[in-house]
Design a protein around this ligand. Structure first.
Ligand code: SF4
Length: 443
C-alpha cells in the first residue's frame, strides 16, 4: 500500500434515497460498476468522526445510499487506479436541481479527512485473548433467543440482559421489551431475569404477579448468592466487595439484606462500625483483581478471622480478560476496549491498562474511535469486555487494516472451554448451532 498516496473522493451528488436530505454526508464503503469495485475499509471510522463533528451521516455501498455510478464524481472515481491505496469517499448530498460540482466540500468534511490522512500508516495490532463473550453472556443471549421463539410476544427483560448496547438493541429489534422493574410487566407475561441476577424479593414479586419467569442469571453469580445465604444462615455479618448501584451487587445484597454490607474501598472498611459478630466476605464477579485485593486486606486487618469464599468470586472470564490486557498493554501505545460504559468488566479492563501505563479508550464500536487517537500510533492493543460481541472487534481490525499495512498478533494468556447449561425446562433451539460449533466463546 502506498501510504503517501491515499485516494480521496469528495463531491456533490443527488442521491435518490428518501432518507437522505440535502447537506447530509454519504460515506461510501464500496462502489462498483461493471468490473470495477472499490472498497474503502475505513468508512466506519470516517463516518463516526463525521457524526462527532455534528453532521448527519449515512454510510454504505453506493446502492445502499441511492447514488448512481453515473454521477460525475463517481464516474471519474471509477476510472482511477485505486489498487492497494487507502481510500475515503465522502459525498455531500444535494437535490438534483442544486447539485453542482463547483459547490465546495463542507469544511467539517475536509477537517475529518485531514485527520483520516494523519491516521494512515503501518501498525501492529495486538489482540488480547481471551476477549469478548464469556460463557455467562452466551448463555443469557441464548436464553432470550429461546424465549423469543417459544413464548408469546412481547417477551419482557427485567434490566439489560447483559450490559451491552449492541446486544440489547439487537434483541429489542427481535421482540424483546426491556423494562426496569416488574410493575411494568403485565400479569401472566413472560419475563427474563438478566445475567446479573436478582434479589429474592424480585422473584417473590414475580410469583405474586403470576409471571412466567425465565432466569438467565449467570451460574457464577448464583454461586455468590449461595455463599451469602450460607454465611448469613450461620450468623455471619457479610461484607460484599462490589460497586454501589450495580445490578449484580443489588441482587447479591438482597439475599440477606439485614446482614450484608456493601464495601467498595479500603476507606469504606476503615469507616465500618465495630462488630463482634463473625464476619465473612464475598465479591462482585467483575471486580478488578487489584482493587479487590486491597479491600480484602483491609477487611482482614479490621476483622481478623474473617472468612472468604473457597475460590475467588471474581469469575474466570473477568480474570482472563484482565490478565490478557496486562500482557498486551506492556507493548501497546494505545488499547481499544470494546464495551459499553455500564459494563463493569469492560471498565476494569480500561483501568488495568491505565495501571500498566498504557492509555485505553472504551468504545462501543469502531464508530467511536477518534481518528486523532490513531495518528502516529504504531501499536494498538484491542480487547473486548465479556458482553461485547466478537464481530465488533473484527470490524475494528478491518478498519485499521484499511489505514495501512497491519501486522496482527494474538497475545493469548488462557484458553476458555467453559460452557454453562441452560436452565431446567429450557432446551436449545433446533436451528441454533452450539457455541462449540461456532467457536464464539473460544475467541
Ligand atoms: S462475566 Fe463472569 S459472572 Fe459475568 S456473566 Fe460472564 S462468566 Fe458470568
Amino acid at each position: 500500500m502506498t501510504q503517501d498516496q491515499p485516494w480521496v473522493v469528495t463531491g456533490i451528488v443527488a442521491p435518490s434515497s428518501p432518507g437522505v436530505r440535502p447537506g447530509d454526508v454519504l460515506v461510501v464503503s464500496q462502489l462498483s460498476a461493471g468490473q470495477d469495485t472499490v472498497t474503502c475499509g475505513s468508512a466506519s471510522l470516517i463516518a463516526g468522526e463525521l457524526r462527532r463533528a455534528g453532521l448527519t451521516v449515512h454510510s454504505g455501498t453506493l446502492d445502499d445510499l441511492g447514488v448512481t455510478a453515473d454521477e460525475p464524481v463517481i464516474a471519474a472515481a471509477l476510472g482511477q487506479d485505486t489498487a492497494e491505496r487507502p481510500c475515503a469517499i465522502a459525498l455531500t448530498a444535494a437535490t438534483a436541481a442544486t447539485a453542482d460540482s463547483s459547490t465546495p466540500t463542507p469544511d467539517a468534511v475536509d477537517r475529518v479527512l485531514s485527520r483520516w490522512r494523519a491516521a494512515l500508516g503501518p501498525r501492529t495490532v495486538l489482540l488480547a485473548e481471551p476477549q469478548s463473550f464469556c460463557a455467562g453472556v452466551e448463555r443469557a443471549i441464548e436464553i432470550v433467543e429461546i424465549a423469543l421463539a417459544r413464548f408469546p410476544h412481547p417477551v419482557y427483560m427485567r434490566k439489560q440482559i447483559v450490559h451491552n448496547t449492541h446486544v440489547v438493541r439487537d434483541l429489542a429489534s427481535r421482540g424483546a421489551v426491556f423494562v426496569d422493574e416488574l410493575d411494568e410487566v403485565p400479569e401472566g407475561a413472560t419475563v427474563v431475569f438478566s445475567a446479573h441476577g436478582v434479589a429474592p424479593a424480585v422473584r417473590q414479586d414475580a410469583e405474586k404477579r403470576g409471571l412466567n419467569v425465565i432466569d438467565a442469571t449467570c451460574p457464577l453469580v448464583s454461586k455468590v448468592h449461595a455463599e451469602v445465604r450460607r454465611y448469613a444462615m450461620r450468623g455471619d455479618r457479610v461484607y460484599l466487595i462490589g460497586h454501589a448501584g450495580h445490578e449484580e451487587s443489588d441482587g447479591t445484597l438482597g439475599e440477606a439484606p439485614g446482614r450484608t454490607v456493601l464495601v467498595q474501598t479500603a476507606e469504606d472498611v476503615r469507616l465500618l462500625p465495630d462488630s463482634d459478630a463473625p464476619a465473612a466476605y464475598v465479591m462482585q464477579t467483575t471486580l478488578g483483581a487489584d482493587e479487590a485485593e486491597t479491600v480484602v486486606d483491609a477487611l482482614e486487618q479490621r476483622f481478623p478471622g474473617i472468612r472468604g469464599p473457597a475460590s475467588d468470586d471474581i469469575c474466570y472470564a473477568t480474570t482472563n480478560r484482565q490478565n490478557a490486557v496486562r500482557a498486551v498493554a506492556a507493548d501497546a501505545d494505545l488499547l481499544l476496549v470494546v464495551g459499553s460504559a455500564n459494563s463493569s468488566n469492560s471498565l476494569r479492563l480500561v483501568e488495568r491498562s491505565a495501571a500498566a501505563g498504557t492509555r485505553a479508550l472504551l468504545v462501543e464500536d469502531i464508530g467511536e474511535v477518534p481518528l486523532a487517537d490513531l495518528a502516529g500510533v504504531r501499536t494498538v492493543g484491542v480487547t473486548a469486555g465479556a458482553s461485547a460481541a466478537p464481530a465488533l472487534v473484527d470490524e475494528i481490525v478491518a478498519n485499521l487494516q484499511a489505514l495501512g499495512p497491519v501486522d496482527t498478533r494474538t497475545v493469548r494468556v488462557a484458553h476458555e472451554t467453559i460452557r454453562f447449561g441452560l436452565p431446567s425446562g429450557l432446551s436449545s433451539l433446533p436451528a441454533r448451532a452450539s457455541a462449540a460449533e461456532t467457536g464464539q466463546a473460544e475467541r
